[in-house]
Design a protein around this ligand. Structure first.
Ligand SMILES: *Cc1c(COP(=O)(O)O)cnc(C)c1O
Length: 865
């Protein structure tokens, strides 16, 4: 990449074109076609040459061209209109402002969002895959909705990596050094003009310094910490070199910088710009979890709180999102390594053991030598969520060991299903067509097109993809050592009228890149079918250390090299946002075949859906939730089959069958006008049924309503000087200390005999010992419901204390009644839980005293007739 200094750009811009500077530096251009058009029209050839990068374009324009543009009245007018439009976008009232937030009450004045990667545009390559794209879409939608988020991340000098292929199909990694001065980011400076430096003091007198860059994502500032500065020793300069690069020590330093350095960067940002301090902190996956330690350190140092009090204050305002049930996706550090880094000035005084306890795997099967970032995330956040309904459920099961005594369904992890940022992911051509037909510029307008117009749009998008894929294929073959004369076949590789299946994503083993190769002969016959052929476009990067993933890529590439099929199946190297923006809209069918339930959500298929693509997927992640039988196809899963080979065989066979008997036959079933009516019906249904659900704007609103507002309410509930945190810490200490004395002694029931009928009323009296605690400290619950296979009772009712004084032996009596409303096997039990209005979920403390099952009590009560 060329070294382009931003201030140079500014000084050479003629006065009349000055607003182009701001327009290039605010990443809103990346989802605003009109602004892109403006840059394109400044010099179409240069715009192509610089890869649609406004900062690079301005740096590359000759002074004569700039002078010419400055004299072009029409162009200057457009520049000023675009600038006015951006200003209006940045300052107008939006959805969030209608919530009535004035920094008071429970509407957060600011929300800090931490993520190790951000996928915003291909000109800022700071992402590896779905986690980063999600973070980017979150910031963009927050900006559109006026949600006052501040993003925090790291600036990686080499990003993730650029992928190419060797002659024999082996992944090659390239690490181009990015020049921050040529990117749409600017250094955060102190009022005196010097760059802000954030410093973490490490043990042994070492220090890790970082500069902070600000990327402006519409209304949302994104702070990126960069350790590649001269004040650092050479080793520390390397810390932010590569995303997910380096060994354990580098990764730990990255995460310390992201979490702890990130909080310090935020504080400095507020001090310098006057931006309000965040009252809610959201950590996107466990990597940034140390932000909680830094906030505890602040509160201990500045507000005089104890570690436990500070922990309560931090928990109240922290939201943790877990993103994967795959163990390799969860950061686990050697405990000793973490201990070593916190044995110095980073930790609050005498807090080392407390910090280590936060990441300890204290459940059955846990490794005592490990510090687990996800576990710490759950302990530091009062609220947590997975990223689809199914993933929420899987996560509750996976982490239930942290809440012993509770059913998995009560584990306090909820879910918010991912979404995608429509303005980024819906193709321009589709939006234009919708608008020309008089509809809205979105999926809805698209769904209202006539059959033939909609089919026409789909053809246009497919053709654009084919053109782009040929270009990439040629470049890849040249890089693999082929020469131009050998590549004539590429001109007719792929066909804009053949059913096109897309498959692109990272290549961890659970995503099963090569499932489609399970029966190569069968795949070949589908590709080469004389009347109903299919073509497949594949892309994806394997993590540089993942030899297994690279072998899968090689296996696939070798298959695509076969002259017999190479015009119908291609592997395109270096999957990134730019490729995705053509690939996803252009595919007729988006294929996803993960090993269920390991795909937490997945979002690619949502992007396809918004463009009228259909999904063909295993019922995992978001597809498990929203597949309705008519918006695509579900590949049958062999869930109970334990032999992985057999499972792959079965699921691959299901996939081939579906493609042959459902997908291809429908695609090629044309009416007299050449339009596949039943296909278009599914496209229209997909747009209408999935359109409103898969939006990141829906996702961000869900986060605000279900997590950010309640978190802010908890924070404000702590009151002045965080008194509530002190009260809560003290209360928890006393409840934990006395819990041994809490038990259900005895339960009496009447009103239902051996054969109760619907309508019978069950009267319960429970005698409970609460030891040194007060009745107000506990809630006594009747837990009841159908006795299902898992023996999980799903309903609870609170029993009421009959009077304040204890009975003989210090027991209290709690009463309640319940009308039996349903037939079938019914069960109940009684339990005691700690109770405080400062908790967000009943299981929060992980304490419960369950009634010991005894005769006539609880599970196994007689069935209702
Ligand atoms: C959407 C997107 C992803 C996410 O992939 P999933 O497999 O759906 O999680 C990854 N990479 C890029 C470039 C994307 O655009």
């Amino acid at each position: 990449m060329r070294a382009i200094r931003r201030f140079t750009v500014r000084t050479v811009l003629p006065e009349a074109l000055a607003p182009l500077g701001e327009l290039s530096m605010n990443l809103r251009w990346s989802w605003h076609p009109e602004t892109q058009d403006l840059f394109r029209d400044a010099d179409p050839a240069t715009w192509e040459a610089v890869g649609h990068d406004p900062v690079a374009l301005l740096g590359a324009l000759a002074p004569e061209r700039l002078a010419e543009l400055a004299g072009d009245e029409g162009f200057v007018r457009r520049v000023h209109e675009a600038a006015a439009d951006l200003r209006e976008y940045l300052t107008g009232s939006r959805w969030y402002q209608s919530l009535g937030g004035d920094g008071q009450g429970s509407v957060p004045a600011a929300i800090a969002y931490f993520s190790p990667e951000y996928g915003i545009t291909s000109v800022l390559p700071q992402y590896s895959g779905g986690l980063g794209i999600l973070a980017g879409d979150h910031l963009k939608s927050a900006s559109d909705l006026g949600v006052p988020i501040v993003g925090v991340g790291l600036l990686y000098r080499s990003g993730y990596f650029r992928q190419s292929l060797s002659g024999d199909g082996w992944q090659q990694e390239h690490y181009p050094v990015l020049d921050p001065d040529g990117m749409p980011i600017s250094v955060l400076r102190e009022p005196d003009g010097s760059p802000l430096v954030v410093t973490l003091d490490l043990p042994g007198g070492r220090a890790l310094h970082a500069r902070v860059w600000v990327a402006q994502v519409g209304r949302v500032p994104l702070l990126l910490l960069d350790s590649d500065i001269e004040t650092n020793e050479p080793a520390e300069r390397q810390v932010t070199e590569r995303l997910y690069g380096g060994g354990n020590e580098t990764r730990l330093l990255q995460e310390l910088l992201l979490g702890m350095g990130g909080v310090r960067a935020l504080r400095a940002y507020s001090r310098i710009t006057g931006a309000p301090a965040p009252d809610v902190f959201h950590t996107n996956e466990g990597h940034a979890g140390f932000l909680g330690i830094e906030r505890i350190r602040e509160l201990v140092a500045d507000a005089g709180l104890s570690f436990d009090e500070a922990l309560e204050a931090v928990r109240a305002g922290t939201v943790f999102t877990t993103h994967t049930p795959v163990p390799a996706g969860i950061d686990r550090f050697p405990r000793d390594l973490v201990a070593q880094h916190f044995s110095g000035p980073l930790a609050p005084p005498e807090a080392l053991d407390r910090i280590l306890a936060l990441g300890a795997e204290t459940y059955e099967g846990g490794d005592p030598g490990v510090f687990n970032m996800a576990v710490m995330g759950l302990r530091l956040g009062q609220r947590a969520n997975g990223v689809s309904l199914l993933h929420g459920e899987v996560s509750r099961g996976m982490f239930s060991g942290l809440w012993p005594g509770f059913d998995p369904s009560e584990v306090p992890i909820t879910s918010v299903t991912n979404g995608v940022h429509a303005p980024t992911w819906v193709a321009r051509e589709a939006l234009d067509a919708a608008e020309q037909a008089g509809g809205a510029r979105d999926w809805e307008g698209l769904s209202r097109l006539s059959d033939s117009d909609l089919w026409g749009v789909r053809r246009t998008l497919r053709e654009k993809l084919v053109t782009d894929a040929r270009r990439r294929l040629r470049a890849s073959w040249l890089e693999r050592g082929a020469s131009e004369p050998e590549l004539g076949w590429i001109d007719s590789a792929l066909d804009p009228d053949v059913l096109t299946i897309g498959f692109a994503r990272r290549v961890p083993s659970y995503k099963r890149l090569t499932l489609m190769l399970r029966d190569p002969a069968r795949l070949k016959s589908l590709l080469l079918h004389p009347e109903r052929p299919i073509q497949i476009i594949v892309a994806g990067k394997a993590h540089p250390a993942d030899e297994g993933g690279k072998r899968l890529i090689q296996e696939l590439v070798r298959f695509t090299d076969d002259p017999e099929v190479r015009h119908r199946i291609v592997f395109l190297p270096n999957y990134d946002i730019a490729m995705a923006q053509t690939l996803l809209p252009g595919t007729d069918v988006w294929l996803n075949n993960p090993l269920r339930p390991l795909e937490a959500s997945g979002t690619s298929g949502m992007k396809a859906a918004l463009n009228g693509g259909l999904n063909l997927s295993i019922l995992d992640g978001w597809w498990d939730e929203w597949f309705d039988g008519e918006n695509g196809w579900a590949i049958p899963t062999a869930d109970g089959v334990n032999d992985p080979n057999r499972r792959d065989d079965l699921e691959a066979a299901g996939l081939y069958d579906l493609i042959e008997t459902q997908v291809a036959s429908r695609f090629y079933d044309r009416g007299h006008d050449g339009v596949p009516q039943r296909w278009i019906q599914m496209v229209r249904h997909t747009l209408q049924s999935l359109g409103p659900k898969v939006l990141a704007s829906r996702q961000v609103q869900d986060y605000v309503n279900q997590l950010y507002l309640p978190a802010a309410t908890s924070v404000h509930g702590l009151g002045e000087d965080l008194k509530g945190a002190k009260v809560l810490a003290e209360w928890k200490r006393s409840v934990r200390g006395s819990w041994d004395g809490v038990r259900v002694d005895h339960v009496e029931s009447e009103g239902v005999g051996d054969a109760p009928e619907v309508g019978a009323v069950l009267h319960i009296r429970a005698f409970v010992s609460i030891g040194a605690l007060q009745p107000g400290d506990v809630e006594v619950q009747l837990v009841h419901g159908r006795v299902d296979e898992g023996d999980e009772l799903t309903d609870t009712a609170t029993l009421t204390l009959d009077h304040a004084e204890a009975y003989e032996g210090g027991r209290h009596r709690y009463d309640g009644e319940l009308t039996l409303e349903r037939t079938g096997a019914f069960g109940y039990t009684v339990r005691v839980l700690p109770s405080t209005k400062l908790a967000a979920a009943p299981a929060e403390l992980g304490l419960v005293a369950n009634a010991v099952v005894s005769e006539g009590l609880a599970k196994g009560a007689p069935p209702l007739r």
